[in-house]
Design a binder for this molecule. Structure first.
Ligand SMILES: C[S@@+](CC[C@H](N)C(=O)[O-])C[C@H]1O[C@@H](n2cnc3c(N)ncnc32)[C@H](O)[C@@H]1O
Length: 388
């Protein structure tokens, strides 16, 4: 493998820093802005537009915010889950803030100051994760941008209720995926292997958010950070205007977290929960507990977009791929005066904001939350208002 000396500049969306080698852009992990590093090129050849690399050593002065990683499996060639453990916690927030602001401006043409806030808990925060099992039956995590399994003995992200170290000591079927999750209902361990799917522990999770109970399937979607559901719900409630009798649509609703929370804090006439996963919609019906204002629409949002109907307020929380042009157009056709967009991917959010702008919606509030400490990911909540 090729080794290069690289001066590093700004942070990038994927948890690397941008450098240049002979005029070619290099995305380099494990370095920090301002550092010069000796790096190994791990992806890219003579014809590649850019290379990917991992810093093996800092050759000059280390960044003032550099710290020893608290995780022994973080480093070149090791676990790919975290990206910024070699930076002080405040510096991690600053790096994420820079990436978010730069992405919104470059892709979305949105120029405004943004900040990424910590939820306070940077270890033991993750309530769900997937382990991968190597050919020898050892569980671990994937290396960066790879399916190679890196066996580990623990993970500082894991909620202590997972008792992850115990699970990692066990032998598992080669090639299996082990999905572990916890909630007030206990722990679920779901093993997906060549011989089928086996299940240990609770089949259903229970999450209490600001006094309201939400149930999900043990392998269904729920926000990962232990404090995420309450922080995001509080933010959505704050951004949705208090208008008695409003018609609210919650797109990509999961088991109903945002839409149902708005029933308690606002006085909507109706809340439509649109969700494509059949099991999630069944739980959404249960979570709505017969409230006649709620309509659970078990449908792909792209199908909903063909005939979206009318709404005053739309909340959306799509997966990483974002909403896309067709769904953005449909939201605009509802005539909603306010849109609250919860996003786990700054690049697709920025793309969608550009399309919203073309349809007369401008952001008046943007805030980031560090729901995934140590990693490159950031959650962003944006409120858009119809102009004119
Ligand atoms: C990021 S989760 C948000 C769920 C919910 N807002 C919450 O916070 O618990 C995205 C949800 O969108 C659903 N989803 C993904 N693509 C979809 C699509 N094309 N149509 C409908 N639902 C979709 C997933 O099943 C998942 O429940």
């Amino acid at each position: 493998m090729t080794e290069i000396i690289l001066g590093l500049d700004k942070p990038a969306n994927d948890g690397s820093c941008v450098g240049r080698s002979d005029g070619r852009v290099v995305f380099c992990r494990h370095g920090l802005p301002g550092e010069t590093v000796r790096a190994e090129v791990v992806d890219g050849g003579a014809d590649s537009r850019f290379w990917r690399a991992e810093a093996l050593a800092v050759t000059g002065e280390p960044a003032a915010v550099r710290v020893p990683s608290p995780c022994p499996w973080f480093g070149p060639g090791q676990c790919g889950g975290c990206s910024w453990l070699h930076a002080q916690p405040d510096a991690q927030l600053e790096l994420k803030t820079q990436v978010l602001a730069e992405t919104l401006e470059r892709i979305g043409d949105v120029r405004r100051p943004v900040a990424v806030h910590t939820l306070g808990r940077t270890a033991g925060w993750r309530t769900r994760l997937s382990l991968h099992v190597d050919d020898e039956g050892r569980a671990g995590f994937h290396a960066w941008r790879s399916h190679e399994v890196v066996p580990v003995a623990d993970c500082l992200q894991a909620d202590p209720r997972m008792e992850l170290a115990d699970l990692l000591e066990q032998a598992w079927p080669a090639g299996a995926t082990v999905r572990v999750s916890v909630s007030e209902a206990g722990r679920a361990v779901i093993v997906d292997s060549a011989t089928g799917v086996s299940h240990r522990g609770t089949r259903e999770h229970v999450h209490v958010v600001d006094g309201r109970e939400f149930r999900t399937a043990a392998d269904g979607f729920w926000q990962s950070h232990v404090d995420a559901a309450s922080v995001l719900t509080a933010q959505v409630r704050e951004l949705v205007p208090h208008e008695a009798g409003s018609r609210i649509v919650d797109l990509y609703a999961g088991v109903g977290l945002f839409g149902l929370a708005l029933l308690d804090s606002h006085e909507p006439a109706s809340v439509d929960l649109v969700e494509g996963d059949r099991s999630a919609t069944e739980f959404a019906v249960r979570n709505a507990d017969g409230d006649s204002r709620v309509d659970v629409i078990a449908r792909d949002v792209r199908r909903w977009a063909r005939d979206p109907g009318a709404a005053d307020i739309v909340v959306l929380d799509p997966p990483r791929a974002g909403a896309g042009k067709q769904v953005v157009s449909a939201i605009a056709r509802t005539g909603a005066h306010t849109i609250v967009y919860v996003s786990c991917d700054a690049a697709t959010l920025a793309r969608d904001l550009r399309w919203f702008a073309a349809r007369g919606y401008e952001p008046d509030h943007i805030v980031g939350f560090d729901l995934f400490p140590g990693t490159a990911h950031v959650e962003t909540v944006v409120r858009l208002r119809a102009s004119g």
